[in-house]
Design a protein around this ligand. Structure first.
Ligand code: AMP
Ligand code: MG
Length: 336
């Protein structure tokens, strides 16, 4: 199959037609690029798992154009707190898990009786949802296990030959995937940190439990390998230039073999051969993280070293991705 990259304004009509025809389309959202299919069409949803190499028990996030469309997909009703949360953050980088009450394909649900729903703010995602006229199931448009794509070129690298169309809407503005909060329990559970922070969730919902990776997976995706480039990743949890320099000087292999993803200040002090600027604040680091991992990885370094320390609540989302990118892969599964 030939994969076309088209500027989103030129390709959107064809994209909506492809979605209606049960095909896949990659499209920009404010978080990362998504790989979309009609969420009501089992065969179309199956194509997503196949294109990504995603395990069938890892459910997909279902995208809707408007907050009001949620009631048609869920069983029961939102309480007032959750209503206010959605008023504050939808459309935007927040996904809620609720009891499923709509006609979503069980393939998209990965066999669960809950559904994860998001209303994205990106104008291209909005337009695609409106023109398609159906909820769109869309995980990140990467091959399972790889860093999520934040540009159309990154999608192409993973999906070339697997899907007919990529809509190019420029780089994603947030850069990390949506916050996922499970509202199907009495006490909500934060399943994945994102741009909407734990503090912001608690402001609206009261106490929100943090999901613990060590307990049996509450969100199926939590048990799989994530965000990993080919090269091993080391995360140095510091923003201290001298500390970073000392560690850099004691590396086992010649330093030109390593890729460095860090602030410009640290890059300048360490003087690496292979460098990608992560930026000097958490907002920039979120935007640059996946692009940096992918760009450095193309140079086939012995390892990628990320020097970064959390300084704001948004940093929890970056720390979560980095810990997974740097985790060993004990099972050898190259999965989501
Ligand atoms: P992705 O779309 O690839 O960014 O991943 C979506 C994340 O949402 C994965 O970690 C899924 O396991 C999680 N997810 C999707 N649906 C549900 C659900 N019904 N319950 C819990 N987690 C879910
Ligand atoms: Mg993903």
């Amino acid at each position: 199959m030939e994969t076309q990259i088209t500027p989103s304004n030129e390709g959107i009509i064809r994209a909506a037609q492809l979605i209606r025809d049960g095909q896949l389309v990659a499209f920009p959202t404010e978080t990362v690029y998504g790989l979309g299919a009609n969420a009501k069409d089992a065969e179309a949803c199956r194509r997503i798992y196949e294109a990504k190499g995603r395990p069938p028990d890892n459910p997909l996030i279902v995208h809707i154009p408007h907050r009001d469309d949620l009631s048609g997909l869920m069983r029961g009703a939102m309480n007032n707190q959750a209503e206010r949360l959605l008023k504050a953050f939808w459309p935007g980088p927040l996904t809620v898990v609720v009891p499923c009450g709509g006609h979503i394909s069980s393939v998209a649900l990965g066999g669960l009786d809950t559904v994860a729903v998001r209303c994205p703010s990106h104008p291209v995602a909005q337009k695609l949802l409106q023109l398609s006229g159906c909820p769109i199931a869309a995980p990140s448009a990467n091959r399972s296990g790889k860093p999520s794509p934040t540009t159309a070129e990154d999608v192409y690298e993973d999906m070339n030959g697997r899907i007919p169309l990529i809509l190019d809407g420029g780089p994603a503005s947030v850069g990390v995937e949506s916050t996922v909060v499970d509202l199907s329990h009495e006490i909500p559970i934060l399943l994945r940190p994102g741009a909407v922070t734990h503090q912001q969730l608690e402001h609206f919902l009261g106490p929100v439990t943090l999901a613990d990776d060590s307990t049996p997976a509450r969100s199926p995706g939590m048990k799989y390998r994530h965000y990993a480039p080919r090269a091993p990743v080391q995360w140095w949890d510091t923003d201290d230039v001298d500390q970073a320099l000392t560690r850099w000087q004691s590396l086992a292999m010649p330093r030109e073999r390593y890729g460095l993803l860090a602030s410009e200040e640290i890059g300048r002090a360490l003087g690496p051969a292979l460098f990608y600027n992560l930026g000097d604040n958490d907002g920039a680091a979120a935007q640059n993280l996946f692009a940096g991992l992918r760009t450095l990885d193309r140079e086939r370094p012995a390892a990628i070293i990320v020097v970064w320390k959390q300084s704001t609540p948004l940093g929890a989302a970056i720390a979560n991705r980095l810990a997974k990118a740097a985790a060993p892969n004990p099972t050898g599964d190259d999965n989501e």
